[in-house]
Design a protein around this ligand. Sequence first.
Ligand code: ASP
Length: 327
Amino acid sequence: MNRAIRFLPIFLLCLACAPAPPGGEAAEVARMDWALAIHGGAGVPLGSLTETEQEAYLESLERALSAGAETLEAGGSSLDAVEAVIRLLEEDELFNAGRGAVFTSDGRNELDASIMDGATLDGGAVTGVTTVKSPIGLARLVMEQTDHVLLAGEGAESFAGTQGVERVDPGYFFTQKRWDTLQRVLGAEESQGGGTVGAVALDRAGNLAAGTSTGGLTGKLPGRVGDTPILGAGTYADNRSCAVSCTGHGEEFIRRSVAFRVATLVRETGLSVGEAARKVVQDELRQGDGGLIAVGADGDVAMVFNTPGMFRGAADSAGRFELGIWD
Ligand code: ASP
C-alpha cells in the first residue's frame, strides 16, 4: 500500500488526540453499530524501533484490526472479533503473546490469556500454559465448556488435551530476540513487560467483549501470574458499562483492579469511557505503568497510556480505521 495513505490514519489519530492527555480521546461520539479497539502492548521506549520495525508492527496491527472489523461489519459477535484479532497477534512473533512470548527467569515460556462476555459476565482464562498455540482460544473454551473461570498450569494443559486445541512443542515459543532480552534483563535483575495483546469490541447486537493474551514479564519468576488472566484486573466486559483490556506492569493492575475500576466508574459515576480511562491511567496508576483500551456500549473508544507508546488501533462502523504507536 502507498506509504502516505497507510500513515494518513496515524496522522489523523495524532490530530484527534492533540488536545487531550497522552493517548486520550476527546471528541463526543455518536452511537456506533459496531466498534473495535486493539492493542499490542504499552511500554515501547521512545526511539527503540527503527522505521522498518515500526512499519512491521503497523502492518501486523492493520491485519488484525481488519480481521476484527470484517467480523463485526458482517454481523459477527464481539467475542468472535476479539478472538480473531488476538489469534492473529498471537501468531506474530513481534508481540509478547503466543509465538513471541517472553521468557521466565528460568528460560521457559508461560502464557496467560483471558476473555470476557459483557452480555453475561461469563469469562474464561488460562495461566501458565506452555504448549497451547493459542491461549486466547483455550480461554474461550474454559468460558464456554466448563463451569470455571480460570484454569492454571497442568490443569489447563490437561483441559487443552480434551478440547482438541492445537498444541506445540515449547520450542515453538523460542525467539532469539526474546532470549536476548532475557539475558539483558537477568543481568539487570529486573523484570520487563511490553508487547501484550488485547482487543475490545462492540457488535451490532449491542454486546461488548474483551480479551487479552501475554507471555507476561521477561524474567518473571516461574509460576508468576500477572493481570492478564485475571478478570477485573487485565480484562473486563459488562454491557452496562464498557469492555476493557489492559497492558503494563501487571502487579499494579492487579492491586488496583484496573479493568473493573474503569467499568465501575463508567457505570456508577456517569463518566464517559475516555474520562474514566484517563482518570485511572493518568491519575491513579504510576507514570510508566502501562495503558488500556476500552469501548463503551455506544461505541465510544478510549486508548490511554502513560508510557511513551502503546501499539494500538481502532475501527468502527462510521469508517474510522486508525493505527498508532506513540503519543
Ligand atoms: N500485563 C502483562 C503482565 O504483567 C505484561 C504487559 O502487558 O506487558 O503480565
